[in-house]
Design a protein around this ligand. Structure first.
Ligand SMILES: NC(=O)c1ccc[n+]([C@@H]2O[C@H](COP(=O)([O-])OP(=O)(O)OC[C@H]3O[C@@H](n4cnc5c(N)ncnc54)[C@H](OP(=O)(O)O)[C@@H]3O)[C@@H](O)[C@H]2O)c1
Length: 275
């Protein structure tokens, strides 16, 4: 496990990468390599990136059964989440999170820009009194199905085709954001929203930030389509980071995808040899 020590020098370097600076803020030789390895892949403007982040307890819960989700993560887990927000163009949550937590999705624990806020609200149940609609912060876009009756609302809606499963296709969501120049995104939750992106194979990296508490019951941070055999379980490449109060598992799904493709190739060769 690697330990992350964030310094102002490293953070300013990452923010300059995020701005696409041709001359990023220089780093001294003693800079923390772990912090660079955890955050650089999010900060660099090399192409589209979809990051998901879950802050959970040791037993994989994100809230109590009554919905208390405050303070699952420790202070360093919160700072980590805010760093992730500051390094992306847009942050996505499902309308369930807006109803349950009324979040502002802004960057407060660190310096940096607030991301554009995206709410996936297929059926038009975004609360008019949601904090993010009234705080004067970054723009809010609400994604709705194109068959939902138009209402006179105070937020911008992006209307997408409803899929046969009744939902919106995560690929359509990303394409609509890319059209607006938002190409690096953080899918922040809840489980329904993250799971749709994971099932659609659209997550590049997943950060699972684990706090040393046991809640014992309550909703999980990720809920995927059921599998029968453990051999079907997702096995991304994982790097583990001690960030202080919490431990971050940085899961790289792109390396998993490459390994799956390589093993499929090996099976093809084996079948050809046997034929
Ligand atoms: N600890 C963390 O990291 C973290 C972060 C965020 C949230 N949370 C917790 O997560 C819980 C909420 O999670 P949740 O799973 O119930 O709700 P959610 O994922 O926030 O929202 C789910 C709802 O969003 C809409 N939605 C999302 N993606 C969609 C898609 N692709 N197509 C169509 N509709 C889509 C649907 O609305 P309709 O049902 O109206 O169709 C769906 O029911 C809260 O307790 C919150 O505290 C934890």
């Amino acid at each position: 496990m690697r330990s992350v020590r964030m310094t102002e020098e490293l953070w300013q370097h990452l923010l300059s990468l995020r701005e696409g600076s041709l001359r990023p803020v220089a780093l001294s030789a003693c800079v923390d390599g772990s912090g660079l390895s955890l955050y650089r892949p999010i900060a660099v403007r090399g192409g589209p990136l979809v990051l998901a982040q879950v802050g959970q307890s040791l037993d994989g819960r994100v809230a109590t059964p009554t919905g208390d989700a405050q303070d699952v993560s420790g202070c360093d887990g919160i700072a980590h989440l805010h760093r992730c927000r500051a390094l992306v163009d847009a942050v996505i949550v499902g309308v369930g999170t807006v109803v349950a937590d009324n979040p502002s999705l802004s960057v407060r624990a660190v310096s940096g820009r607030n991301p554009v806020r995206i709410v996936v609200d297929c059926n038009g149940r975004m609360p008019e009194r949601a904090k993010m609609l009234h705080d004067g912060g970054a723009p809010v876009h609400v994604m709705q199905a194109d068959d939902v009756p138009l209402r006179n609302v105070r937020y911008r809606t992006i209307r997408l085709p409803r899929q046969v499963d009744g939902g919106l296709a995560p690929r359509d969501i990303l394409a609509a954001l890319a059209e607006r120049g938002l190409t690096t995104v953080l899918v922040e939750g809840g489980a329904t929203t993250i799971s749709r992106f994971v099932d659609a194979q659209l997550i590049d990296r997943l950060h699972v930030s684990v706090a040393p508490i046991i809640i014992g019951s309550g909703p999980a941070g990720i809920r995927l389509s059921p599998i029968d055999r453990l051999s079907e379980a997702r096995r991304p490449e994982v790097q583990v980071y001690n960030i202080g109060t919490d431990i971050v598992f940085d899961c790289n799904f792109r390396i998993e995808a490459q390994q799956v493709a390589a093993s499929a190739d090996r099976e093809d060769v084996l079948m050809a040899d046997l034929a």
